[in-house]
Design a protein around this ligand. Structure first.
Ligand code: SF4
Ligand code: SF4
Length: 644
């Protein structure tokens, strides 16, 4: 470390101390205790007041009543739980120990509930009685001041940006190419043998395939109550979380390898489940004869714009989709029909490449994944005339995603199917472990829009589903609320933010970045490189958003496993698993840590992504300033929603 770096390190540490000291010092300010009498009204799907703000040590007295059906009230982090009936009748839960030391619970009929708000922070209160389609999203917020953890998270977010910019000013050695790659096929015994099996993909896919089609049956003929239907719970709680938190960061598009939706079309087009049908004389460059017309996807729409639009359409009805089993079934059946229809006309997995609403962000986010399928030595590929990975060989199908592994330098369009590993006669394809955030190059505005849309939707869903505002839920839940005008306003705000406001703000920051760097760099190149910042940030934002569904609603998973069709079964004895959130008071803290990690990874990887186009480290830092502030802005919106 040279002397400049030492000085910078000292400055960064001093900034960290300040970032912690300032918000924590607010904690010690004296606040006089008060008593708050609150008339708490519960009505589908919110509470009034939705947000309650008190000081630590204040007494809170609720006078609850319901304006429609029976609701519940469960306050995270406090032993306060009651059932709210109409006309001001409530039943408060209390626990006691019997003579043998067993914990017993019972309900007391009350008209008021009193407690002392002695723990500072943000605490969500939730409905515990199934009250309708949006029951899992019926929440309110209690904020007990001083909310120091939120203030610490905000000042740490500023500190992260500041210290990264300070540190990178000292960083004179470019990092690209420095990340070590490990070929897992060489280092994990047995992996190569397993991946080379023709049956691997089928064996991994088939159990999920059967379960998936059972889910469709359950969506159509099982209970219509969303949080009692196995499809809704497993797909939109478990799968959605696993996709963002496990599949994408660890395996890129690994999900696409086992996705049951395009599988039937692929099997039909190949007329085979596992075996390769190799023909010696290629037909239009491929050594296979597929069914259908085998056209190529039109050049003009070989991009993500259609995926972006389809994703926005899907998201517009997001709250309906994730609470109505029939809507989910219709979506799946529509996708299945589209894949079967397209296979009659086009070769390759065109649905996955250009239409799948999930595939779009899976592709972009998989750029950050710690694994990648790549050529071991691209030179060997260049010299190999046959290019079996692209055209097919006796051992493997031609790349279904139309990718040439010899030149592939991003994960975006690699479906992880492992066909190229099987088809390569030179054994020149491996599965590599690499640092998080290694592919750092977006290639078009369609991809940039996709990552911005994903961020905006994470914010929009956080407000709609996790937030306390009943009127927003009503607006989004149009098929039940019938509030068409509110729904149209909701759509206008969502589409406007995703397609105009946030992209506009981001492009402004990149224009500013170009100006700060003396207009020396091509504007489009700079914008696309800088937009990489939003990929790690987006992944972590989605993990933070999805976390509460799992920690709060895991009992639904246990219930539907025992009673998958909602027919009163109890297969594993968990059909009556009580609503018992898992350390819910820790959710805001964990979400804060996740968001700060995403901010750090986004800016640091974004900086390294600039190394190829901006040689001077000072200019790189200058280019990074405004987009980093944009990332800081996004993180602070989410911090406010989760912790503030
Ligand atoms: S792109 Fe979509 S449909 Fe295709 S495999 Fe991936 S998730 Fe499934
Ligand atoms: S064949 Fe290879 S490059 Fe093509 S999608 Fe499958 S794993 Fe990726």
């Amino acid at each position: 470390m040279n002397s400049n770096q030492k000085k910078t390190s000292l400055l960064i540490i001093l900034c960290l101390l300040a970032a912690l000291a300032i918000p924590l010092s607010i904690r010690v300010l004296p606040r006089p205790g008060r008593t708050h009498r609150i008339d708490l009204e519960a009505v589908r799907y919110g509470y009034s007041p939705a947000k309650i703000i008190v000081n630590r040590g204040d007494s809170v007295i609720f006078k609850p009543t319901s304006k429609d059906v029976t609701h519940g009230f469960y306050l995270d982090g406090y032993p306060v739980e009651f059932i709210i009936k109409q006309q001001g009748i409530a039943y408060q839960k209390y626990t006691w120990e019997d003579e043998k030391g067993n914990l017993k619970t019972d309900w007391d009929k009350v008209s008021e509930i009193e407690f002392v708000a002695d723990k500072p922070g943000k605490f969500t209160f939730r409905c515990t009685q199934v009250c309708g389609n949006l029951h899992p999203f019926m929440t309110g917020e209690l904020i007990v001041r001083p909310n120091s953890l939120y203030h610490v998270a905000v000042s740490l977010s500023v500190w992260i940006v500041l210290s990264l910019l300070l540190w990178f000013r000292q960083d004179l050695k470019p990092k690209h190419g420095r990340g070590k790659k490990i070929n897992l096929m060489e280092s994990i015994p047995g992996l190569k043998w397993m991946v080379k099996r023709r049956s691997l993909q089928f064996m991994l896919l088939f159990p999920g395939f059967i379960i998936f089609y059972l889910f469709i049956i359950s969506s159509l003929w099982g209970t219509p109550v969303g949080n009692r239907n196995i499809t809704i719970i497993i797909v939109w709680i478990l799968w959605w979380f696993a996709l963002k938190a496990v599949f994408v960061p660890l395996g890129g598009r690994l999900w696409c390898m086992i996705c049951p939706l395009p599988a039937p079309a692929e099997w039909i087009s190949r007329r085979s489940l596992t075996a390769v049908r190799f023909i010696q004389k290629p037909i239009r460059g491929l050594h296979h004869r597929f069914i259908g017309l085998q056209k190529d996807w039109p050049e003009k729409i070989r991009n993500m714009w259609l995926q972006n639009i389809i994703f926005m359409l899907m998201i517009s009805f997001g709250i309906i989709l994730i609470t109505r089993p029939v809507a989910t079934a219709i979506l799946f059946l529509a996708i299945l029909a589209a894949t079967l229809f397209l296979v009659l006309f086009f070769r390759h997995r065109v649905f996955c490449l250009y239409l799948c609403p999930v595939g779009g962000f899976l592709g972009n986010y998989s750029m950050a994944s710690v694994t990648a399928i790549r050529a071991v030595d691209p030179e060997v590929c260049h010299k190999h005339r046959d290019k079996c990975c692209l055209s097919g060989g006796p051992g493997g199908w031609a790349c279904p995603w139309d990718q040439y592994i010899g030149e592939m330098n991003r994960n975006n369009y690699c479906g992880f199917c492992t066909e190229c590993i099987k088809s390569c006669p030179k054994d020149n394809v491996g599965i590599f472990l690499r640092p998080f955030g290694s592919d750092r190059m977006l290639k078009g505005y369609d991809e940039m829009y996709n990552v911005i849309i994903m961020l905006v939707v994470a914010i929009a869903f956080s407000i709609t589903m996790l937030g306390p505002y009943g009127f927003v839920k009503e607006a989004a839940n149009v098929t039940e609320s019938r509030q068409m005008l509110s729904f149209l306003i909701y759509l206008a705000v969502l589409w406007g933010a995703a397609l105009v406001v946030f992209p506009g703000l981001f492009i402004l920051t990149t224009k500013g970045a170009r100006r700060l760097t003396g207009n020396l760099i091509n504007g489009k190149d700079l914008t696309l490189r800088l937009s990489y910042i939003l990929i790690p940030l987006g992944i972590f934002a989605w993990i933070a958003f999805s976390l509460p569904s799992v920690m709060v609603n895991y009992n639904y998973i246990l219930i539907v496993l025992s009673d998958p069709l909602g027919l009163g079964w109890n297969l594993f004895g968990t059909a009556d698993a009580p609503f018992n959130p898992f350390y819910p008071e820790w959710i805001p803290v964990i979400q804060g840590v996740i968001l700060l990690t995403g901010l750090y990874l986004g800016i640091s990887r974004g900086y390294h992504g600039l190394e190829n186009i901006v040689q001077n480290p000072f200019l790189r830092v200058k280019a990074l300033i405004l987009p980093s502030l944009f990332a800081l802005f996004v993180v602070n919106i989410l911090l406010k929603l989760y912790m503030g």
